[in-house]
Design a protein around this ligand. Structure first.
Ligand code: NAD
Length: 421
């Protein structure tokens, strides 16, 4: 089953429960526009290569299409469609006036020189320029892209339209119109949601043990914030493997070590040396062992389909926080639900990123820039409000939080579509 089919399956559960109009379901079941491009790039050695690129505009009932651009060797059209649809739902869950879109280029950015990456980004921008713009479709970073790449897109787009248009992307560097707090927004939003869940369920953060899959932008920052909030982060992993330590890791040390030793899996000894006086032991774990570790909260911050029908039964966490998009397949979702494991779903839990992207658009429009405290406080208001809406919908319909998040979002989109018909 493709990732987009997974998305439709999730949406169907909600539409059945809420008795959604067939017309609205049809509208949301397909993207409004799909763009597929071949991106020719001159390589440093003088040869040329063609990379496949996509931009999918799923729905703009609430506002301009919004969504990141992924540079990854395995990205494909079905994945981009799924990610675009989730953006439509996510922006509605947090109630911001944006629609859903997503882009992707089939490339491993780590294998390109900086000059090649810049040429690829500029060429891709030229090819999708007719459909993007500050009022139509606003890309942002995702896996494999970053503020520098956003700056190249903004610059290239500005040349094409003949005027400075930084508002064509969000996630820009701070000195180019970016927002304070954007880098930590996804993780921060997820931590706000987890804090609300923990509070509501009478859990004690100091006794809440967390394991994190994916020690990248979202997962690395989440580790820091969770420790700052008093949680015990037992371990983390990246694509090469991970470590789990008996008394918890220090995210800052692990981050420094990962940069130096390329993977967190090589940091067990390092962390152990620092903490051995406390009698701490760390062990290297592979991806399966990390996912199946004894813990209270499992944070998924890597890629899609990490928990499937194959391994769902082995998950021991009580709560799963989805910072990644689509890390649990629909079959696995049902297995986890039957086991009583609560999933704080991606379309709510990782919406902090797009929310601060929206803040960036507001700041660009006013040319007034907010402090980091202001950004975080506004983000907290939105995330806590979204959590309350989704949680009360889950109670009203007696359904899992993911289905409730879809219902919350689709109701808003439905009313907008009806108004516009
Ligand atoms: P990233 O590339 O910075 O980090 C991903 C991390 O996951 C890397 O450390 C990578 O090594 C690791 N990883 C990959 N495969 C793994 C595996 N099998 N096991 C363990 N680790 C693995 O990307 P990111 O920006 O942190 O995004 C991660 C996820 O969060 C993606 O699904 C993305 O769409 C989602 N997300 C990110 C943002 C954001 O603002 N960064 C916003 C919304 C959603």
């Amino acid at each position: 089953m493709s990732l987009f089919e997974n998305t439709l399956k999730q949406m169907k559960k909600a539409s059945r429960l809420m008795n959604l109009d067939k017309d609205i379901e049809d509208i949301l079941s397909r993207p409004q526009k799909i763009i597929e491009v071949d991106v020719p790039v001159q390589m440093d050695d003088g040869s040329s290569k063609v990379f496949k690129g996509f931009r999918v505009q799923h729905n703009n009932a609430l506002g301009p299409y919004k969504g990141g651009i992924r540079f990854h060797p395995q990205v494909d059209m079905a994945e981009v469609q799924a990610l675009a649809a989730w953006m439509t739902i996510k922006t509605a869950v947090v109630g911001i006036p944006l629609g859903g879109g997503k882009g992707g280029v089939v490339v491993n950015p780590k294998e390109l020189s900086e000059a090649e990456l810049e040429r690829l980004t500029r060429k891709y921008t030229q090819l999708i320029a007719p459909v993007i713009g500050p009022k139509t479709d606003i890309p942002a970073p995702d896996v494999g892209t970053n503020p520098q790449i956003m700056e190249w897109i903004a610059d290239e787009y500005s040349k094409i339209v003949g005027k400075n248009s930084p508002g064509v992307v969000t996630g820009k560097p701070l000195d180019k119109g970016g927002s304070r707090g954007r880098g930590s927004a996804t993780a921060q939003g997820g931590v706000f949601v987890l804090n609300e869940y923990v509070k509501e369920n009478g859990m004690d953060v100091r006794e809440t043990k967390v394991v994190i899959q994916g020690f990248g932008n979202a997962g690395g920052v989440a580790a820091k914030l969770l420790v700052e909030n008093g949680y015990v982060v037992l371990g983390a992993s990246d694509s090469q493997g991970g470590i789990i330590c008996t008394h918890g890791i220090d995210p800052n040390e692990l981050l420094t070590c990962k940069i130096e030793k390329k993977s967190v899996k090589n940091c067990g000894r390092h962390v152990e040396e620092i903490h051995d006086k406390d009698g701490m032991t760390c062990r290297m774990v592979n991806n399966e062992e990390l996912l199946e570790a004894e813990c209270d909260v499992l944070v998924l911050a890597a890629l899609e389909n990490q928990i499937t029908a194959e391994n769902a039964d082995k998950i021991k966490a009580k709560v799963v926080l989805e910072l990644a998009n689509g890390p649990i397949s629909p079959e696995a979702d049902e297995i986890l639900h039957k086991k009583g494991i609560v999933v704080l779903p991606d379309i709510l839990a990782n919406a902090g990123g797009v929310t601060v992207s929206y803040f960036e658009m507001l700041q660009n429009a006013d040319d007034k820039y907010w402090s980091k405290e202001e950004v975080i406080s506004k983000l907290k208001d939105i995330m806590v409000h979204a959590w309350k809406e989704v949680n009360s919908t889950a109670k009203k319909y007696t359904c899992p939080l993911r289905v409730a998040a879809y219902i919350t979002a689709i109701k808003l989109i439905e009313s907008k579509i009806h108004n516009n018909l």
